[in-house]
Design a protein around this ligand. Sequence first.
Ligand code: GLA
Length: 366
Amino acid sequence: MKIQVKSPGRVNLIGEHTDYNGGYVLPCALNLSLTLLFEKKTNDSHVFTDLGSSMSFDIKKKIKKSHNHWENYILGVVSELKKIKTDLLNFSCHIESTLPSGAGISSSSALVCGLIKGLSILNEIKLTNSQIIDLSRTIEHKYIGVKGGIMDQFTILNAKKNMAILLNCSNLNAKYINLKLEDYKILLLNTNVKHNLANSEYNQRVEECKSALKIIEKKCDHKFSNLSDVKFEDLEISKSHLSNKQYRRVSYVLKENQRTIESAKLIKSNKLKELGRLMYKSHDGLKNDYEVSCAELDYLVDYSMNYEEILGSRMMGGGFGGCTINIIKENFITDYINIIKDEYFSKFATKLNHIIAYPDSGIEVK
Ligand code: GLA
């Protein structure tokens, strides 16, 4: 038996760093993906990619963490699945990819979700999408060390073609929104940088939000279900007890939630210009209040403001590198790419890559 799993990347229109705060996000799956081809094996397990990485291990033996970062995604999945079913079968998995890694478009969650899906089918383990989301999150926390939220996994598992998902991350209530952009397209510009501090700063933001929430709860004498449950009035009441940094973090999260809900309404009523303005505001908050942007991302967002053909632009994903997401007039894409690639190269001596993103369906099994 051969099992093929197509696991896509994700883009997020707006609602950044809100998922682990129980807030709103507005993602869709990307038309770029990993394709994983699984087969049962009798001896060792073998995982290999079309880019030349490969690893072997015996699934029947104790699984230990590797020094090779990439291998820990696979070993993490295998270890956690072994807790559900002890006698997992050895397997081979060939991974082909059209999804660049390190670009903030969720290639790691695509890998983890794809592996869980394929291996659970191969071993006849029945898992619901929410169990896969929980498992995947545990693996990324324990084996990779990033305390991420659930936006990426939820999108990869549940996305629908040409739809964005307005997801309430506190209860996983999802509303699908038809993403008609008419003569506009989603353009991703990949800075090709990922600054070293990305993971540690990400985890630090998670902690800063947790500690701010504790202070607000104490001051308001009320237990909130998460940071997104806090109202602006509660934040103001607590202001003198929070550091300036904590205040800005919380204020960003509350405003970003509002922008995300508003953006979903604007898409429904075809008000793309207004959506673009909210994207710029989101970037401004991510840069100045949440402080997760970087020079390369800021440069691209600022540059796009020179052109009315670009309605909005902002950094996307965890930050400190990766991509900007832009809503751009289709007939301006080629010209703009030529201009911005040259400008970016002369400024940073780094190549800029682009992706025209089409909202696609979630994970598929053949
Ligand atoms: C990364 C994480 C997500 C989310 C974004 C920021 O992509 O994996 O869970 O927190 O950053 O919005």
